[in-house]
Ligand binder design. Structure first.
Ligand code: 13P
Length: 255
């Protein structure tokens, strides 16, 4: 049985006081939750403060990106070890905003995935098709290519332990969420791709999150799909009550 995972991607939002205030308000709302995993991915500048604020809780902390090298002359970049040292246990990789706005491709994501795993971080690897690709009937091929490319070189045991997020680009920040059936179809396809990569057992253990306009009102129906193991939430994760409601909805769906 896969434990539900709810991850908050704050993107480029919140200063240190705002981030700490979120945790102060959010942590008590989920203090009794032991049947779901919760991850906050704040901006780098707030990661240490958020990790400190989450220390006596079950809430884990993630980076939103990393550089693959352990250290070096890479102005503006953050290494896997720096993330781990600041208190992160997870890292979001290959988000569509990184792919579209910063030119990241599958080969780069694979390199970052390897670096994350080697540093002891759990990657949350994002895939997803654009609207044009969906309308052209290319969704299965795009997802297969992204899975094979972004997870190249990952062993079956590593695959079982990492997280994949399906985020259709047309659903991100648009208020236009995938229907539960669309999410399930894509997730089942992704799980078949993962089985091709690392075998059925690893694919069965790997958690698949849906992301794209997840809100308290739609979270339960999406999380109730057989191959949906949780959500990666942007806008609706910025408010503590809203994200806590999404956690509650996903637990209802799992229970
Ligand atoms: P929204 O929930 O704001 O659509 O963002 C989704 C996302 O990109 C999470 O990584």
């Amino acid at each position: 049985m896969r434990t539900p995972l709810l991850a908050a991607n704050w993107k480029m939002h919140k200063t240190v006081p705002e981030a700490v205030a979120f945790v102060t308000a959010f942590a008590p709302r989920v203090a009794a939750v032991t049947d779901a995993d919760i991850v906050l991915a704040p901006p780098f500048t707030t990661l240490g403060a958020v990790a400190d604020a989450c220390r006596d809780t079950r809430i884990a902390v993630a980076g939103q990106n990393l550089h693959w090298a352990p250290e070096g002359a890479f102005t503006g970049e953050i290494s896997p070890g720096m993330l781990a040292g600041a208190g992160a246990s997870h890292v979001i990789l290959g988000h569509s905003e990184r792919r579209q706005l910063f030119g990241e491709d599958d080969a780069l994501v694979a390199r970052k995935t390897r670096a994350a795993i080697d540093a002891g971080l759990t990657p949350i690897v994002c895939v997803g098709e654009t609207l044009d690709q969906r309308e052209a009937g290319k969704t299965p091929a795009v997802l297969a290519r992204q899975i094979d490319g972004s997870l190249a070189g990952v062993t079956p045991a590593e695959l079982a332990a990492l997280v994949v997020a399906y985020e259709p680009v047309w659903a991100i920040g648009t208020g236009r969420t995938a229907t539960p059936d669309q999410a399930q179809d894509a997730h089942a396809h992704i799980r078949r791709c993962l089985a091709g990569l690392g075998g059925a057992d690893a694919a069965d253990a790997c958690r698949l999150l849906y992301g794209g306009s997840v809100k308290p009102a739609n979270a339960e129906a999406i999380a109730g799909q057989a191959d949906v193991d949780g959500a990666l939430v942007g806008g609706a994760s910025l408010d503590p009550a809203s994200f806590a409601e999404i956690v509650a909805a996903a637990r209802r769906a799992a229970g």
